[in-house]
Design a binder for this molecule. Sequence first.
Ligand code: FAD
Length: 481
Amino acid sequence: ARTQIDWELVMSSTKTKKPAFDERRARKLTDSKTKTGANGPVVYWMNRDQRFADNWALLRAAEHAQRLNTSLCIVFALAESYCGFATARHRCFMLEGLKQVADTAAKNNVGFAYLTDGDPSATVPNFVKTHGVQHVVCDMNPMREGRAWRKALADAKMCPLEEVDAHNIVPVWTASNKVEVGARTLRAKIHRLLPELLTEFPSAEEATANLPSPTVGTDPINWDAAIARARERGSAVPELAWAKPGEVAAKAVLNDFLANRLRLYEKRNDPAAPKALSGLSPWLRYGHISAQRAALAIGEIRKKVPKEAADGFIEEMVVRRELADNFVFYTPENYDQLSGQKYDWARETLQLHAGDPRPHVYTREKLEAGKTHDELWNAAQLELVHGGKMHGFMRMYWAKKILEWTASPEEALATGIYLNDKYSLDGRDPNGYVGVMWSIVGVHDQGWKEREVFGKIRYMNYDGCKRKFSIPAYVSRVNNL
Ligand code: FAD
């Protein structure tokens, strides 16, 4: 009952409101002393939300360009490596998506500049200076890399910088002003604000129509060369044939899920039947699709699908996902470390049991190669390495066993994050950090019956999985990947 959505209330206010930018989605990162007076373009500094349609940051930037009667340019600044890796799997997916954004931008009289020559904390301020940019709007990325880049630009005080949360339906700073205890405490806040903030988007084409023609971001970009380079450089973790990047492909995944699979969503905890899940996480992660668009689409078809399925999906895609952003946003220094767990019980119980004998101890190499004694765990690891996306239920089991089979909780946490970030197409995202922190450090969870190694951290075991789903069916599915 707690997770039930009052769809009639949400959709009636959605339907009656004229699509418009809600001021709560934006916040200023520079003060009023910041210089103005340049006469160049307005820039949307795209980072996390790599799409043209349904993008509040782009819409906000277009509003400023209209107001200043100047052109609009989207800027994407590439970081040499992100969270430690430059794999072909992640980078080619991203570049193919950006290529599509650049094409759509060109058709809509919007520039697109792709900055590669250095760290974004230098390349973006340089761009702003060189082109006399009047105003920058960036999207919200709570991870430390994104924060550092934005801070560099804000500190340079060259022009007003505004951040827009284009990833969450309820902006992370509006949903709550503190790190939340868990889904239980954030859910009520999100549900209360959905009728106000789950609104239709203005059209990006209309918002950019009639803008002056771009003066920067008009040079052709050799995407094919950039993609070929990324493919070669990151070949240790190759691309995935099943994951077609970009906005068009993302819409197709959503439409297929809505038409054929959402009604199966109650089976989402069966790793042998992966079709019950939406499979949307890679596209949500890169912002190729907006979660708000997906939620609106669910609202449209709510009467044709079981309520538990529609509400269950919103619980995951909105409440749990926005909870992950809440955690990372309000735990900026250590969202990926043991100390990021603010509750003593969890840190203390892990320390108390740090010296417990482990039933098995594996090195990172053994784990990475999927060579443990447990066929189920090995299958999950291989699903991650070769499939590029582990089933959601298996992710919990997988991470908890890493805690059980490594020498210390610190090592378990670092290994879980390392493997997830390296291989998961949806990795290097708050959901990944929080997923691993939940499994290993008890973030957003409560204490359970105390036992060896885990202490009071929630335990999972092979027999529990055996009771829930067919392990041979899952293992055989992975072997056929
Ligand atoms: P669906 O069930 O169809 O869910 C739809 C969307 O809801 C997902 O795409 C995701 O955006 C969101 N969602 C679903 N479950 C969660 C959750 N528990 N927490 C936050 N958001 C959720 N998710 C990632 O996106 N990237 C990761 O790197 C990642 N790593 C994880 C690691 C561990 C150890 C654990 C326990 C969970 C992790 N998750 C991660 C959360 C979740 O498992 C995935 O989002 C989900 O499996 C993605 O598949 P889907 O899109 O088919 O899921």
